[in-house]
Write a protein that binds this ligand. Structure first.
Ligand code: PLP
Length: 445
């Protein structure tokens, strides 16, 4: 694929870089709401949905909600016209609460805890249009044991995978989906117990311009499987009964450019490659499940510099956000762009400071608690605000309370207005479940 065709479309640019954010606005929000602070722009989230829908006009586009399950984001995505792809009972619950009807809700069960299956089977009584995607015969048996006979999609392990890190490459991981060569027979057997409506594969995250080949391969295999199942290419005798499938779901994994100099994905080229590779689907719909792509560049994490320490190995800039707020660098060695927004007393505007290579590190007692080394930032000073970019996907979502750190606040921007959509956790929130279990009294801090 070529990247020359990626053009800035003006009203809806293909990417928003950390440098595109309004520094004064972010600084005002940080002053008002404190740091660390997630800022999620719902208008940008909507634009990302619109670009996906226009690149894949005939496809079912399902937002993989695990990238960001904030209520405001879910409502934005629903209004933009995407369905919801959920990975747990909790996600199904939140998608329903955000107004997704069962016909727009897909639940993908991966080694599902009994509690999740109980919940979903119960919900399907009220919302029979929900589709359950299962990737193991055991899961099918467990659904049947609960009396489930509704809409079912079979998750297949296509044997090819993409991904920016081994931990997010699922296509070839045996954990996900039934093996490709058993998929047709499992699907046919499943059709005796369920309403089998689709086949599904998700290769992992990080489809980027260099990895389109493995995407193509996955898509082609899924097209072949679907044609086999619907009996589109009968080859003569003893054909099994065709299945009445509705769709082929080729998963998510649409990459976003984390590095400032990385090219954005050419969605039209991906769409074309996908259509080519899947082949003639004889009326079946194509479905995709982008998560990251919808929310990543719509979010930043704003953090304040509290320590600037010269060391023989270079300058370490200490900030008040850590791996508990944004886990991706520690977990995946992920790169997030960082920009100095300024704000330190008696310091010039960052544009008037010399860039200096620094390490940006958080407050957690872990060596991995670093947002990057050798980053050329406008010479940071204590009190400056830094914006950690492209943090809208798997950012707040993976935040946790390790080191007894309350989770940050989140502000959503829409139509020029800023709204706190998740309040900052307080120290008292750290002990809620403990106090509820033991009845212990704790001062309200
Ligand atoms: C996580 C996930 C996605 C979305 O992945 P992204 O890289 O965020 O696009 C899609 N489908 C399934 C089944 C997933 O688990």
């Amino acid at each position: 694929m070529t990247t020359e065709t990626v053009r800035d479309t003006g009203a809806n640019p293909v990417v928003r870089r950390v440098s595109d954010w309004d520094a004064d606005r972010l600084a005002a929000l940080a002053d008002e709401h404190g740091t660390p602070l997630y800022v999620q722009d719902l208008d940008r989230t909507r634009q990302n949905c619109e670009r996906l829908l226009s690149a894949f006009p005939d496809a079912d586009v399902r937002y993989a909600v695990k990238a960001h399950t904030g209520r405001a984001v879910l409502e934005t995505v629903r209004e933009a016209g995407l369905d919801a792809e959920c990975a747990s009972a909790g996600e199904v619950d939140r998608a329903l609460a955000a107004g997704f009807g069962g016909d727009r809700l897909h639940y993908t069960a991966v080694n599902p805890p009994a509690r999740d299956l109980d919940y979903v089977v119960d919900v399907v009584e009220r919302e029979p249009a929900i589709t359950v995607t299962a990737g193991a015969v055991d899961t099918l048996d467990r659904l049947a044991e609960r009396g489930y006979d509704g809409r079912l999609c079979l998750r297949v392990n296509p044997g090819v995978g993409a991904g920016h890190h081994a931990k997010v490459t699922t296509g070839s991981a045996p954990k996900f989906g039934v093996p490709y060569d058993r998929a047709a027979s499992v699907a046919r057997e499943a059709a005796e117990r369920f309403d089998v409506v689709g086949v599904h594969a998700h290769a992992g995250s990080g489809i980027d311009p260099d990895q389109l080949d493995s995407h193509r391969e996955l898509v082609a295999r899924m097209g072949d499987l679907a044609r086999e199942l619907i009996g589109a290419e009968p080859d003569g005798n003893d054909e099994p009964d065709p299945l009445d499938l509705e769709y082929v779901d080729v998963g998510g994994g649409f990459g976003v450019p984390y590095r400032e100099d990385a090219e954005p994905l050419d969605l039209d080229a991906v769409a074309e490659a996908t259509r080519d590779a899947v082949g003639d689907l004889s009326g079946l719909a194509l479905a995709i499940e982008p998560g990251r792509y919808v929310v990543a560049d719509a979010g930043v994490l704003v953090t304040r510099v509290n320590t600037v320490k010269p060391t023989p190995e270079g300058t370490v800039v200490g900030v008040d956000a850590g791996m508990t707020d944004l886990l991706r660098p520690a977990m995946y060695d992920a790169y997030h762009p960082i920009r100095n927004l300024g704000g330190a007393v008696d310091e010039p505007d960052p544009a008037d400071r010399e860039p200096e290579p620094v390490t940006v590190a958080g407050p957690i007692c872990e060596t991995g608690d670093s947002f990057g080394t050798d980053r050329a930032l406008a010479r940071p000073a204590r009190g400056d605000l830094l914006a950690v970019g492209v943090a809208g996907a798997y950012g707040y979502e993976m935040a946790n309370q390790y080191n007894s750190r309350p989770r940050p606040a989140e502000v959503a921007l829409a139509d020029g207005k800023a709204t706190v959509v998740r309040r900052r956790e307080r120290l008292v929130d750290l002990t809620t479940v403990e106090r509820e279990a033991t009845g212990a009294e704790v001062a309200d801090r």
